[in-house]
Each structure stands twice: as C-alpha cells, then as structure tokens.
Design a protein around this ligand. Sequence first.
Ligand code: SF4
Ligand code: FES
Length: 245
Amino acid sequence: MAITFLMDGKEVTAEENKTLLDIARENGVDIPTICFHEATTANALCRICVVEVEGQRVLQPACIVKAGAGMKVQTRSEKVIRARRTILEMLDSTMDLSETPEIQNMMKDYNADPNRFPDAERRESDVKDDNPMYVRDYSKCLLCWRCVQVCAEDAQYTFAINFDGRGFETQIGTFFGKSIPETSCVLCGQCVAVCPTGALKPKREFLLEQGMSPQEISVLNTGRKQKSKVKGRDDFRPLTGLEER
Ligand code: SF4
Ligand code: FES
C-alpha cells in the first residue's frame, strides 16, 4: 500500500514499510550515513542520519525508522544539522579519521570544528598484524559493526569477531583476544570490504604503504606458501610487516 507524507515540506508518496532513508534517496534528498551499508542489517549506531519528525521528542535515525502516512519530516533542520555536526566533532576527537575522506567531507559540509573537544580521550591501538590477509588498526575504528555483521548472520556465518569491552573501552575483537589464525576466521575478506575507515586493510596495501615493493611482498608470500605446504595451516607463518624484511 502506498502512503503519503511530507519530507522537507514536499509531499512524497512511497510504498509502506520503507525507511525514511530509502524514500529520501528515491526522491533525491541527501541524508548522510556512516554505519549504514546496503549489505548489512541497519542498527542505527552512528546516528549521523538523524532527522526531525514532528511530534517526536528526539531525533529519529532515518536508516531504521519507517515512514508513516501523514508524517512531517525535516531532513536538514537547525536541530538536525547541530546534531550531525556534534556527532562528527565527537568522532574526530576520539579516533583517526585520516583514511575516511567521506567523513572528512561531511566535516566540511557541516562546518564541524575538529578542535571542539580538545581534552577528549582518543582511542589508541597498535596495528594488529597477525594473519596473511589483513591488518587491524582499531584506532581507526568507529564501531559501525559492519565487520561483525558480515562475519555473522548477514553473510558469512563465521562468527570470528565481535564486540569486546564496555562503554568507551568497547572495541571489536576476537573471542579471548585470540589471533585471527586461531579463530574461526576463513580469511574471506568480507569484513575488510565493508569497513568504512581503513581500520581493516588488506595486508598487501598495508605493506605497500609501509614502503615495501611488490617484489618484496611476493617473496614473503612465496615463503609463506612453502612453509604452509610443509607444516599445514596450524603452523603457517603469517606474512608480517617490515620486521620481516
Ligand atoms: S573495524 Fe571497520 S567495519 Fe569493523 S566496526 Fe570498526 S570501522 Fe566498522
Ligand atoms: S547511518 Fe543511520 S545510524 Fe548510522
């Protein structure tokens, strides 16, 4: 059944059961997203997509809220813009956004001040380089949950990674902090594909950035394959970073 409601003062008609984000996109209305990904279940974690709905006390995340007949929705009201700007400022104050050009562009669009919270505690983490396929740098992780979801019911059903810790200490991790080769991970790479921030990065890309040449990387790969053939997967030696040169 079709419903009609107002979005930014304009009447829109859409199929019932669609989210405000879907309908906005169908009608050319730009609502920014960060945690949302078409291939994963939306959980409304980042809140950058919030919109104002008349009669609702708090802003509503457009990626999960369904449109209803007669709704009056504002996607860029003063309140919405202030909320998005604050979310961006908080993100920027706590994590490394250097490899997220989309979020950096949002910072400009919303006039976000990168120095608004100078005393904020930053998420710092060493690069975890423990498997031949990808590295993990959780100082760049914004906890969008996409990697956890594709590793679980949204795609792979592998359940190698999940949330770990509580509150500010929350991070993505493996069960009991095991290294990736010790988990159920099958190195499918789907988590890397959906990561929006560079927190998960293909090993080859990481090594190139560290200054290794493609030839040096293939030598490391060859060594790993030979070793793996002889000793089997349990003993295989991860293709690690510069310390192996
Ligand atoms: S590692 Fe990447 S995909 Fe996973 S939660 Fe962090 S930012 Fe999202
Ligand atoms: S995109 Fe909707 S809450 Fe993150």
